[in-house]
Each structure stands twice: as structure tokens, then as C-alpha cells.
Write a protein that binds this ligand. Structure first.
Ligand SMILES: [Zn+2]
Length: 297
């Protein structure tokens, strides 16, 4: 069993009673699941949430598991009809569970004082990795990030929501209305790809990083922003961590694991910029394409 550094591991479950058997979360081993990063089938349970738990919006029990390589993932992934509609993801009306804001506000103010505005910093650091050229914002929503990037890059967006895509088009951007999985994009079209709050929703993150590799020119840069698994907030809140966003977040990464995923997809993790800032529960890594990967599975 893998080491669990600081997170409580789910109690071993008893298979002896029928009610326990019925409520038992389906394990990856039940489904012959293999890790998309290392190929292993040895996983440990991290947490599970029964049906009716306030964090579990699905009609089935859900679990987060960790591969021996450190990649954390949701299993089982509920089907669309096993989850309530979440609405447009960028909407402020999204039904999140709000926790007490005091500590978060204090931390954000402290970070702004020390490190500046996070959105502007993301633009600045991305320019440091690759300044200029054609940029694809994957999961662009209504185009907020492209607005900030537009002075420096020729921006295009990828957005599956017709409402978001239309709004971004009204701002003057070219939008491909598709998911990253569906999108048919010519090879070596882009210099930069940005993914904010996207990789944790994918069903094959390593495969999709390889797809991004093929879409990028040689030395192209990918910028990934995602909740930091085992970061400060994750450790503090444990099973109640918002980053689990149960039912919707399929994979969660530590910095080391995300770096290995980038390397597996033909990128090198850039030493500078590397990580957004300390004292945060958001992980940002920039990777540069250093080798081409084949389209074979
Ligand atoms: Zn693995």
C-alpha cells in the first residue's frame, strides 16, 4: 500500500454484511482500471463518500484513490445522468459549497501583497516561457483569459459550451466549439496552450497532454493550472477539501506527479517559471515541448 503523507486513509471496509456490500464504492480493480500515467493497477483508497453525503452530488458512492505513482483519481466516475446539472462552469451561480471565507480572504490579501495579482502574474510568467505567437486557451469559457493575453498573442479558444463560445466570439475571438477530446486541430498550429481548471476534468489527462504536444510547434509551451493535491488547503480540509469537487474532478495532481505527466507527454517542466507561488492550493506548471509524440495510443 502506498504511503499516505498526511491524509487519512479510508478505513478498510468490511465485506461481511449485505448493507456494507451495497454501499461499497466501486473500486478501480473491479473495473480492470489501469493508471494512465504509469500503467499500474495498484491503488489505495484515500477517501470515500456515501450517497447522500453533502459533498457527494451523485446517486452512487464515490471514492478518490491514489495510484502507487501518486496520481489521484475519482472512481467510479459518475455518468452524466448520475449527476445533477452543474450549469455553466464559470457562472457565479455554480452550486459550490462555500466554506468560511475569513481565512481565504486573509491568505489572498497576503499573497497579493507579496506576489501581485494572480491573473496578471499568469500572463507575465507565460510570456516569460514563450512571448508571442498563436495561443490556444483550452476551456476558454467566455474569453476572460484571452482578453488578458490578447495584447501579446494571437488568441483562439476551445470551448464546448455554446453559451460560452458565443460570448467569446462576441469579444472577437475565434472559437472552436468542442471539447479537447473531440477537437480536430492541425498539427503544430500553436505556440502556447493554456489550460486553467481543465486537466482535473479530463478522462485521459496524459493522452490529452500528448494531443496538446501534437498541436504545439517545436519548443511550444503548455501552461497548466489545477488544484494542488496534498497542498496546504487539501491537507487542512481533508475529505472536505473543495478541490475534490466530487463527481466533476476526475484527476488530481501534486507538482511532482503533474511534472511526470508532462514529461510522459514529451514536455520538459520549465525551471522558470515553475509553480505559481507558495502558500497556495493552486498548482501551475509550464512545460516546453522537447520531443514529438506519436498519435498511437
Ligand atoms: Zn500510476
Amino acid at each position: 500500500m502506498a504511503q499516505h503523507q498526511g491524509l487519512a486513509v479510508a478505513e478498510p471496509r468490511s465485506p461481511s454484511t449485505s448493507s456494507a456490500a451495497q454501499s461499497r464504492v466501486r473500486s478501480p480493480a473491479d473495473d480492470d482500471w489501469r493508471c494512465c500515467l504509469c500503467g499500474s493497477n495498484r491503488f489505495s483508497p484515500v477517501y470515500e463518500w456515501e450517497v447522500g453525503h453533502r459533498r457527494n452530488p451523485a446517486v452512487i458512492p464515490l471514492g478518490v484513490w491514489e495510484c502507487e505513482c501518486g496520481l489521484a483519481f475519482l472512481h467510479p466516475v459518475p455518468k452524466e445522468d448520475q449527476l445533477p446539472s452543474q450549469g455553466e462552469w464559470w457562472s457565479s451561480g455554480r452550486p459550490d459549497i462555500r466554506r468560511r471565507r475569513g481565512f481565504k480572504r486573509f491568505r489572498e490579501a497576503f499573497q497579493r501583497t507579496l506576489f501581485g495579482n494572480p491573473k496578471e502574474r499568469f500572463v507575465k510568467y507565460t510570456r516569460k516561457a514563450k512571448d508571442g505567437g498563436r495561443l490556444l486557451d483550452v476551456g476558454c469559457g467566455t474569453g476572460a483569459l484571452m482578453n488578458l493575453m490578447a495584447p501579446y498573442y494571437e488568441c483562439e479558444g476551445l470551448e464546448p459550451s455554446p453559451v460560452g463560445a458565443e460570448e467569446a466570439r462576441r469579444k472577437g475571438f475565434t472559437i472552436i466549439e468542442a471539447t479537447l477530446e473531440e477537437a480536430e486541430i492541425p498539427p503544430q498550429r500553436y505556440d502556447v496552450a493554456t489550460l486553467q481548471s481543465v486537466i482535473e476534468h479530463l478522462h485521459d489527462p496524459v493522452g490529452m497532454l500528448k494531443k496538446l504536444n501534437r498541436m504545439l510547434k517545436p519548443s511550444g509551451v503548455v501552461a497548466l493550472k489545477t488544484p494542488k493535491y496534498r497542498g496546504m488547503s487539501c491537507r487542512r480540509h481533508g475529505r472536505e477539501w473543495n478541490g475534490f469537487r466530487l463527481g466533476y474532478h476526475t484527476f488530481l495532481f501534486t507538482g511532482a506527479v503533474l511534472g511526470r505527466a508532462l514529461e510522459a507527454a514529451g514536455f520538459e517542466v520549465l525551471e522558470s517559471p515553475r509553480r505559481d507561488r507558495p502558500l497556495d492550493d493552486i498548482l501551475i506548471l509550464w512545460g516546453r515541448k522537447v520531443r514529438a509524440v506519436s498519435s498511437a495510443p
